[in-house]
Design a protein around this ligand. Sequence first.
Ligand SMILES: [Zn+2]
Length: 100
Amino acid sequence: MTTRHRRTALMLAAAVPLAAVTAAAALRASHLKLYADRHRIELMPQPRRSCPDCRGAGGWWVGDANPEMEACGCWSDRRTLRIPLRPARRVEPWPDEPPF
Ligand SMILES: [Zn+2]
């Protein structure tokens, strides 16, 4: 391995953690939560601590006998970004013909 290759490998090794820290800071600053599994990647809005209405709780209870949670607009009015990764498995219809 030459000096040039070592330098490139070190720069690549430093770039991955730097990109992860930058992505985490961007998510925190934009009040988004990242969720990922093998089917999708989702960016979901989170309540803001500085919100004067809910103060980071995300909503409040309304109603007396059967209270329901009313969502605050600081997160419920923002859209969720969903990127599908793996299409859902298509189920074949049951065959109409007899097996024999
Ligand atoms: Zn709010």
